[in-house]
Ligand binder design. Structure first.
Ligand SMILES: Nc1ncnc2c1ncn2[C@@H]1O[C@H](COP(=O)(O)OP(=O)(O)O)[C@@H](O)[C@H]1O
Ligand SMILES: [Mg+2]
Length: 224
C-alpha cells in the first residue's frame, strides 16, 4: 500500500509534525499505519515511548542499508507507510524517495523555505531520472495562519502555481495542539481540551488534510 515519504532538506520545515499528525489521524480512523522514523532526532520514536493508545506503529531502527527492504516489507502489511526523513540530502533520502508513491514536501511561507522546496523537488526529479519512473510530489504549507493568508504566502503560492508545482489544498496550520502532541506524547483525540487550546480546529485540520492525502494516493494508484 502507499508509501508516503515526507522530505525537505530543511530542518524545522515541519516534516516530523506533519508525519505524526497525518499518521495518527489515519490510524485513529482505523487504518493500519507505520512510520519509519529516519529523523536523527527520533522525535516520533520518542513520542511512541509515551502513553498514547493510538495504534500507529513506529520503527526507529532504519538505516541506509535496511530502508528499502523495510519499506517493501511494511507496504505488504500496512495500509499506509510513512517515512519521516532527516534534514539533509543522503543516500537514505534518495532510497526513500525512490520507493514513494507520494512525496510530501512541507514548507513554511518564507522565501528560504520556497528555495529549499525547489531543491527538494530537484532531488525528487533526480530520482525520477535515475529510476526512470514518475514520483508524484506535493508541497504542503505548514504553520500558516488559519485566519489570514499573509502577502508573502500569497506571493509564494502564485509563484508555485505559475511554475505548475503541485500543492496540497489544505495547509497544516500553526496550532499549539500540534506541538502538544509531542509534549504530552498523545494523539489529537487524547489531548485534554483543558490543557490544550484549539483542539477541535486542530482535529478538523488534521482530518481534512488526511482526507486530501487519501484521495491523492488513490488517484496516484489509479493512474499507475
Ligand atoms: N503546524 C504546526 N503548528 C505548530 N508548531 C509546529 C507546526 N509544525 C511544526 N511546528 C514546530 O516547528 C518546529 C519544527 O517542526 P518539525 O516538525 O520538528 O520539523 P522538521 O521535522 O522538518 O525538522 C517544532 O518545534 C514544531 O513543534
Ligand atoms: Mg524532523
Amino acid at each position: 500500500m502507499p508509501v508516503i515519504t515526507v522530505a525537505n532538506p530543511k530542518g524545522g520545515a515541519g516534516k516530523s509534525t506533519a508525519t505524526l499528525v497525518l499518521a495518527t489521524s489515519l490510524a485513529q480512523q482505523g487504518a493500519s499505519v507505520v512510520i519509519l522514523d529516519c529523523d536523527p532526532n527520533r522525535a516520533i520514536e520518542g513520542w511512541r515511548g509515551g502513553n498514547s493508545r493510538n495504534p500507529v506503529i513506529v520503527d526507529g531502527g532504519v538505516t541506509e542499508s535496511t530502508i528499502t527492504a523495510k519499506i517493501d516489507e511494511y507496504r505488504k502489511k500496512f495500509q499506509f507507510v510513512f517515512v519521516d526523513l532527516e534534514g539533509t540530502a543522503s543516500r537514505l533520502m534518495s532510497r526513500a524517495l525512490a520507493r514513494a508513491q507520494l512525496v510530501v514536501i512541507p514548507i513554511q511561507a518564507s522565501p528560504t523555505d520556497a528555495e529549499l522546496a525547489a531543491r527538494a523537488i530537484r532531488l525528487v526529479q533526480e530520482e525520477e531520472q535515475a529510476f526512470e519512473k514518475t514520483i508524484p510530489y506535493r508541497i504542503l504549507f505548514t504553520r500558516t495562519s488559519p485566519a489570514i493568508a499573509t502577502k508573502l504566502e500569497k506571493h509564494i503560492t502564485s509563484q508555485l502555481t505559475a511554475s505548475e508545482v503541485p500543492m496540497f489544498r489544505n495547509h497544516l496550520n500553526e496550532r499549539s495542539a500540534y506541538k502538544a502532541l509531542f509534549y504530552y506524547q498523545l494523539d489529537l483525540d487524547e489531548l485534554d481540551p483543558k490543557e490544550v487550546n484549539g483542539l477541535p480546529a486542530a482535529r478538523d485540520n488534521a482530518f481534512r488534510l488526511a482526507e486530501e492525502l487519501i484521495n491523492l494516493v488513490i488517484d496516484v494508484k489509479a493512474a499507475a
